[in-house]
Design a protein around this ligand. Sequence first.
Ligand code: HEM
Length: 120
Amino acid sequence: MADLPRHTRAEVASKKGKNGAPLWVIYKDSVYDVTKYVDEHPAGPDILIDEGGKDVSKTFEEAGHSADAYTILAKYKIGELVEEEKHYDANGKKKKRVVAAEPEGESRGCLSRVTCGLLG
Ligand code: HEM
């Protein structure tokens, strides 16, 4: 399959869909242009416009959408997030948050490693 265009979260965030402007959402690292679907949304356009430019991975599932809704969503896919902004791994599992490794010498201010650990 040909590589899909890559987008940043900031780019998606700028497509909020107000007043008929493009409305993009992110669902599990994929980017969807649902501009043309807004007026067809069975629960009304407003609920979708409220989510314009956002990551709807949670809200889309919480709304209890049917299998049909997922099929419709798939039709509007226009791309994917850039690799470094993805939240899911290749198996579709949510990635653990990666905490940057502490650079050498950074912890000198702490009494001990244990204390630093406790204080977070
Ligand atoms: C982005 C693309 C979306 C598509 C393609 C879509 C599609 C649909 C469809 C087909 C239905 C009819 C019921 C069903 O088949 O599940 C529906 C209902 C609904 N959607 Fe969406 N939806 C989208 C986004 C959203 C978002 C982001 C939200 C939440 C914030 C949302 C909230 C709802 C709610 C609350 C209902 C009514 C559920 C009910 O009472 O039956 N939808 N949507």
